[in-house]
Design a protein around this ligand. Sequence first.
Ligand SMILES: Nc1ncnc2c1ncn2[C@@H]1O[C@H](COP(=O)(O)OP(=O)(O)OP(=O)(O)O)[C@@H](O)[C@H]1O
Length: 120
Amino acid sequence: MKKPPFHKSVHFTIKGLMWILKTERNFQIHIFGLLINLFLIVFLSLSKMETALIIFCCFFVLVTEALNTCVEKICDYIQPEFDSRIGIIKDLAGGAVMLATISSVCVGALIYWPYLRLLF
Ligand SMILES: Nc1ncnc2c1ncn2[C@@H]1O[C@H](COP(=O)(O)OP(=O)(O)OP(=O)(O)O)[C@@H](O)[C@H]1O
């Protein structure tokens, strides 16, 4: 198959992201989390390093959620019926999102705690 030109590849990628944004509830929740973090970054005037870490963590979770959705879609395509092997593959992909979320919450707590302690 002929490789599409660069601008077409970008278009397909954006199409994929718009699809997951419209259809996947968990991805929407993580986007909401990103927006809250962007607000806090501005509101608390975080340093460059803190901002970089927070943004990296938010996108780390979004990336794992997108990959988890890919795994789920592939599984549903190749095996729509109940299959314990498919179950463990899906559970593992979901586990990856959970690990990314736990590590991101830890980083967020370490960064935000000193600011929030001063506010309250
Ligand atoms: N074909 C299947 N065979 C066996 N177990 C399955 C199958 N499909 C789903 N499961 C089980 O149900 C769980 C949820 O799967 P589902 O495809 O509904 O994901 P989901 O609810 O959209 O998950 P997420 O919240 O991560 O997006 C899986 O983690 C797995 O344990």
